[in-house]
Write a protein that binds this ligand. Sequence first.
Ligand code: SF4
Length: 161
Amino acid sequence: MKKVLISACLLGDKVRYDGQSLFTSSSILKEWIDEGRVISICPEVSSGMSIPRAPAEINGGDGYDVLLSKIAVVENSGNIVTENFLRGANNALALCKANEIDVAVLAEFSPSCGSSSVYSGDFSGTKINGAGVTAALLTNNGIKVFSQHQLNEANKAIKQD
Ligand code: SF4
């Protein structure tokens, strides 16, 4: 059975920077869990970051720029955490490869997990189009990444073959 990678916070794990979850109630998610399809990870916690932790944003671009070493991921204190974000992304990719996963549902707007929009880097609440570091690395490796707002599309992608 085809597995799917899910951001741990969407499943109710309190792993976000503020110690909260982003629990997403969905019949599709429940069905995937009941079918035994779900593999979860919090890339940031898997990299060794704490709960709670300082908020971090990609500094003026998106995850693809981070993968190209063009820009950093920075906490609101100015502390650079790019290495953690890259390690977390690689942990997620390794999990996908180990489980032959080619579909992921990741939490939108996160500097790791956002798939179509992330915060701009100035901690003003402004969002820009772009992907987080984990979403960018998975996409670069042929994995279809959806947000929690695209569960129907993700379900089609999982069940199409
Ligand atoms: Fe959720 Fe991803 Fe942030 Fe972890 S890194 S809290 S899984 S959005």
